[in-house]
Design a protein around this ligand. Sequence first.
Ligand code: SAM
Ligand code: SF4
Length: 451
Amino acid sequence: MNKLDSEVAAGHLLEAGYAAAESPADADLILINTCSVRQHAEDKVWSLLGTLRPHKRRNPGLVIGVIGCMAQRERDRILARMPHVDLVCGPLELDRLPDLVEEIRQERHHILAVGEGHVGRVPRVVSHRPNRFQAFVAIMRGCDNFCAYCVVPYVRGREASRPPDEIAEEVAALVADGVKEVTLLGQNVNSYGRTLGERGNDSRSLLCEAPQGAVNGKRLLVSFPLLLRRLDCIAGLERLRFVTSHPKDATDELFRAMAELPSVCPYLHLPAQSGSNRVLRDTNRSYTREHYLERIARLRELVPGIEVASDFIVGFPGETEAEFEETVALVRQAEFQNCFIFKYSPRPGTKAAEMPDDVPWATKQERNRRLLAVQEDTMRRRNAAMVGRTVEVLVEGTSPRDPANLTGRTRANHIVAFPAQAALAGQTVLVEIIAATPLTLLGRLQAVARR
Ligand code: SAM
Ligand code: SF4
């Protein structure tokens, strides 16, 4: 979502006549996009902002802005602590950027543009894609789940789904412009549609060509599986991905859509957060470890070749060694393709911030390392089992680690590196896997895939 916000900010500014600068010293406008999910990310922004002071002294016409979640959360404190910052703009106001910057240029005063979090405003989308064949599309904004540790609902506002017509039009336009892979974005994509119409969306836009569905006995004009079915009809869309899904909304209807629709990739990012039912209850995740394991077993039954990835937080308040071991056991059992592991960071204003942050930092670090080691074992074993297979890869470009290699991803989201000419970027190719590390498959180019 942050990457897309940067693309949207760049898109609006390019549309208004701006061009990319080569370096900060070269720029008339510097915007820092920020994340508030963990304290560490915010600390990095404070120190980066400090390093921009000399640029402002050298070029007094320079406009410096902070955008994103930290802008929303820290608002006045940023302007008070960093007087060389001219603009603080929250994630729901990005479409106003050109006007706000112009106003600063004309009138030389600071601007604070942070929307009220509960409004659920969905700004106009004009994004600048880093490459021509992949694109992010936000299908909703905000989040209504209020997981006890999480700042997102406070900084990105309440959940608001975009009308399906608008999304389908945007995806069709992207595909017509050469996009092969679209990633749908939302904090809880599989609750898509629940907030449609409730917050003042035009009722005509609820009409969806797909059949009507029902969830929990309530009729819904559109749901996430129905949205997938509709987007899958767009000719030329090779790969449809989505993040993030919540285990409480991981229904058989979604799994069936994943299995049946040719464009939908067999990969599901389904954050578990913990393997302990006590922690899951206190984090307000509204499922149990048994439910989570049952859901991924069912997913594997219904969707052949599916890969599952997850997020975990270690050191949530009160997490005992035995509770952490339940997480370790879940990670071993679930055989994830990948896991993102985070040390719990208290976020002011959340429910968990009222609980004592009683797991020492060293213990969080040690649990993080242990869980990663378990996951790495799984990845080493599962990637080694891929050697000898031929996989379809959408080439993303030259490998940042080794310029002799190209990298790309399989439909199931494995990272593949192989030697070939850079001109293949954006092509779908077949690669034979000849070696593997825990994170990367190494291969040999076989052919450019025919579509
Ligand atoms: N909406 C997504 C979901 O529910 O899975 C994820 C959104 S969050 C921005 C990304 C990940 O950051 C979460 O899955 C969680 O593991 C982690 N996270 C969120 N708040 C955190 C906190 N206070 N401390 C540590 N990790 C946190
Ligand atoms: Fe945060 Fe939970 Fe919403 Fe994800 S679902 S954004 S973790 S509150």
